[in-house]
Write a protein that binds this ligand. Structure first.
Ligand code: ADP
Length: 360
């Protein structure tokens, strides 16, 4: 097919709006077709080198059915966990230099959010996700600085479900409603009541993640169901002390696996499911609004509209660096969810201008 006309039409506008907005990066990752999946026709028609992407609607012909997007990066489905991590490694390093960083994965259930952030079930080191690699790296880098800095690294792990924050690492693992303090606190803690765990090596982290995942499963009969409807937040707090001067700095890294963004048909759900869907909608749109405000450099940033944005506040805005992984399911049947995921990403990052032109 001839994409050059479509791309040329958009390139100028895309380029104008593509520079980093408010320290926000958007990386798009398309998961591969899974083994055993029969349908191999992809909604992704083109992946450009400069973060360009063309999505095709299989039921429409020609230009009508095509829409182009542009992000800071788009990965080929064959990209490995190591490929992805090598791109974000500088962000992780900057946490040890005192920057607050927030990395989250957005997309419909089954699009690879957990794969990117944590890895597949029973992951081996090779397919570890961002969480493990980031912590490993933080230990590694801190070791290279032992003569000049001492670092204390602590971890919190929480779940936000129906606008309630729950500690996934509490000693008894039972659900406990936690309060959020209005950020920024001098100690950088948005949820001081959530238990803090000091980690010194990778195995400490693996143990904690295990406990967290088990606790997340507790209290719900179908874990996968539940986990796709709650946000999970791993927070890594770093306190560094300059050995010579005695001065210290604090920073934090938030790693977030968001609830599935799929729209729920209101006519088909009632009761608890409807309530869950409403909470998810509300928090994801609050997150989108916050990122949009930051990208637009608005004076007012609406952090207070959801628990999610309150918990993440210290890592969104100001000098903080934010990275959104936009996760896509390549199946043709997901075309409409995929398009709305991309539109969310586009709006949040303030690059919607270019797409408006291409969709006419
Ligand atoms: P989500 O968290 O968005 O619901 P998952 O991370 O559970 O989605 O991914 C759905 C399925 O696809 C899982 O079986 C996962 O292992 C697989 N998967 C996702 N991304 C990839 C990838 N990049 N490579 C291989 N398998 C993947």
């Amino acid at each position: 097919a001839n994409y050059s006309a479509l791309l040329a039409e958009n390139r100028k506008l895309h380029n104008e709006v593509q520079e980093l907005k408010g320290n926000i990066r958007v990386y798009c990752r398309i998961r591969p077709f899974l083994r055993g999946q029969k349908e191999k026709q992809s909604v992704v028609e083109y992946i450009g080198e400069n973060g360009e992407l063309i999505i095709v609607n299989p039921s429409k012909q020609g230009k009508e059915g095509r829409r182009s997007f542009k992000f800071n990066k788009v990965y080929n489905p064959a990209a490995t966990q190591a490929d992805v991590y090598s791109d974000i490694q500088p962000l992780i390093q900057s946490v040890l230099d005192g920057y607050n960083v927030c990395i989250f994965a957005y997309g419909q259930t089954g699009s690879g959010k957990t794969y990117t952030m944590t890895g597949p079930d029973k992951a081996t080191e090779e397919n570890w996700g961002v969480n493990y690699r980031a912590l490993n790296d933080i230990f590694r880098i801190s070791q290279t600085r032992v003569n000049t800095f001492t670092y204390e690294i602590t971890v919190q792990m929480m779940e936000i479900y129906n606008e309630q924050v729950r500690d996934l690492l509490s000693s008894d693992g039972s659900p406990r409603k936690l309060g959020i303090v209005s950020a920024p606190q001098p100690n950088g803690l948005a949820v001081p009541e959530a238990s803090m765990h000091t980690v010194n090596k990778t195995s400490d982290v693996l143990n904690l993640m295990d406990i967290g995942l088990r606790n997340r499963a507790r209290g719900s009969t179908a874990m996968n169901e539940r986990s796709s409807r709650s946000h999970s937040v791993v927070t890594i707090h770093v306190r560094g002390m300059d050995i010579k001067s005695g001065s210290s700095m604090r920073s934090s890294l938030h790693l977030v696996d968001l609830a599935g963004s799929e729209r729920v048909d209101r006519s088909e759900v009632t009761g608890d499911r409807l309530k869950e869907a409403q909470h998810i909608n509300k928090s994801l749109s609050a997150l989108g609004d916050v990122i949009y405000s930051l990208a637009q450099k608005n004076a007012h940033v609406p952090y207070r509209n959801s628990k999610l944005t309150q918990v993440l506040q210290t890592s969104l805005g100001g000098q903080a660096k934010t990275l959104m992984f936009v996760q896509l399911n390549p199946e043709v049947g997901s075309h409409s969810e995929t398009t709305s995921t991309l539109k969310f990403a586009e709006r949040a990052s303030g690059v919607e201008l270019g797409a408006a032109r291409s969709s006419k």
